[in-house]
Design a protein around this ligand. Structure first.
Ligand SMILES: *Cc1c(COP(=O)(O)O)cnc(C)c1O
Length: 416
């Protein structure tokens, strides 16, 4: 442990030390908690679809910072409104109202077909608010015994103690007990499995329209249609976690708008702030009315800078032709991946929609493919041990998709 007397020494040297790339690796290794298996890459700057390391080598970014930088890095229009807002007002808390937050609420609810929004700062927080809202609504409407939330095997809903419990994957929960009660898991995406999980205490079902972290599994739309009808019949709140699928990722503003099944609550985060942290929990009027003054809150939620940038993100994504472009590029990427799958037995499945794709390999070598791609200037992600995940910025070009596909083909060849 560092002594207090050493601190001034560290402060003095830090400015010049941080200039050295090696010093950055050392400071990270020594001082940041080891929750992340970092890749050996230090990103110094980003522009459009590319990021650059400390020696200014370019990488085509098919991660978008995990579906966050949907408009690429440092989009000129986002930079411009952020700078303007930084010179105007940074933070007020939610004791007062601000124009950026109110304007964002208006745009966001209209675009999302919802009535009201609660703002937070991340996906996990957006889901926490959804869980609280569904419980409060159901208790008032059906009785105090209502409180159980159902989620699906292989889901991902966040890392806070409640959302990691909602996340039905043991690997994320290990070592964190006792986990809060009030969550049950549905073993399969079938009507029978849902009915088997429901109890008299059940108040809500939470589902990702396309499972992201779990391996990029689009949920069959006939199952979602059935689930909507079932929730209405039994009196359950249907929550869509669109933290990863929102903001145009699927070729629609929200995935549900493509599938045609509308939830009672929908959560968003990742791409909403274009790279700044913001989360949103939206609901239809009836449900939203359960949050009254004092029931929920967030100090930073709907911060003016993040809100101002999010307004601009919405304006850009909803410009005529933008979402059609995402669908076109998505089809190009999807069919390119299918061609790749046909050429090598190392690829056993290709799944996705819009610009969200998973390439399942014949063994647990996704991490090796990620490394091989990076060595050739392409950043991609994993989703589990055997699936490589592609989340390019929505502004990706046809030729960038072609180069990514050829690098991926070589990387898979080298890794298996
Ligand atoms: C990333 C993600 C979350 C958690 O978001 P954080 O901002 O990391 O808290 C929740 N749900 C889904 C579907 C996600 O992809």
């Amino acid at each position: 442990m560092r002594e207090a007397s050493q601190l001034s020494e560290v402060m003095e040297t830090s400015v010049q030390a941080i200039d050295g790339a090696q010093a950055v690796y050392e400071a990270d290794a020594a001082c940041v908690m080891h929750t992340y298996a970092r890749q050996p890459l230090q990103i110094a700057r980003g522009a459009g679809t590319h990021v650059y390391d400390e020696s200014d080598n370019a990488y085509l970014d098919f991660t978008s910072g995990i579906a966050v930088c949907a408009l690429g890095h440092c989009h000129p229009r986002l930079v411009s409104v952020a700078q303007e807002q930084l010179n105007t007002l940074w933070h007020t808390s939610n004791l007062y109202l601000t124009a950026p937050q109110a304007r964002l609420a208006e745009r966001l609810t209209i675009a999302s077909g919802m009535d009201r929004v609660f703002f937070s700062n991340s996906g996990a927080e957006a889901n926490e608010a959804a869980i609280k809202l569904a419980r409060r609504y159901s208790k008032a409407r059906y009785g105090a015994h209502k409180g159980e939330v159902l989620t699906f095997s292989n889901s991902f809903h966040g890392r806070t103690i409640a959302t990691v419990t909602a996340t039905a994957q043991p690997k994320y929960q290990e070592g964190f007990g006792p986990l809060p009660g009030g969550f049950r898991y549905i073993e399969a995406m079938t009507p029978d499995a849902v009915k088997a999980a429901v109890t008299p205490k059940t108040c809500a079902v939470m589902i990702e329209p396309i499972q992201g972290e779990g391996g990029v599994y689009p949920v069959p739309s006939d199952f979602l249609t059935w689930l909507r009808t079932f929730c209405d019949e039994v009196g359950l709140v249907l929550i869509f976690d669109e933290v990863q699928t929102g903001v145009g990722r699927t070729g629609q503003w929200l995935a549900w708008q493509k599938i045609g099944v509308k939830p009672d609550i929908v959560t968003m985060a990742k791409a909403l702030g274009g790279g700044l942290p913001i989360g949103a929990t939206m609901a239809v009027q009836d449900v939203a009315a359960s949050f009254i003054p004092g029931t929920h809150g967030s100090t930073f939620g709907g911060n003016p800078v993040a809100a101002r940038v999010a307004c601009e993100v919405i304006d850009i994504v909803l410009e005529p032709g933008f979402l059609e472009g995402v669908s076109t590029r998505g089809q190009q990427l999807g069919s390119g991946l299918c061609v790749l799958a046909a050429q090598t037995s190392a690829v056993v499945d290709v799944r996705g929609i819009g610009l969200m794709w998973g390439v399942e390999l014949s063994g647990p070598v996704a991490g090796r493919v990620v490394d091989k791609c990076r060595e050739r200037g392409l950043l991609v992600l994993t989703a589990g041990a055997s699936t490589v995940r592609l989340l390019p910025p929505l502004i990706v070009t046809a030729s960038e998709i072609e180069s990514a596909l050829s690098i991926l083909a070589i990387a898979i060849d080298e890794a298996v």
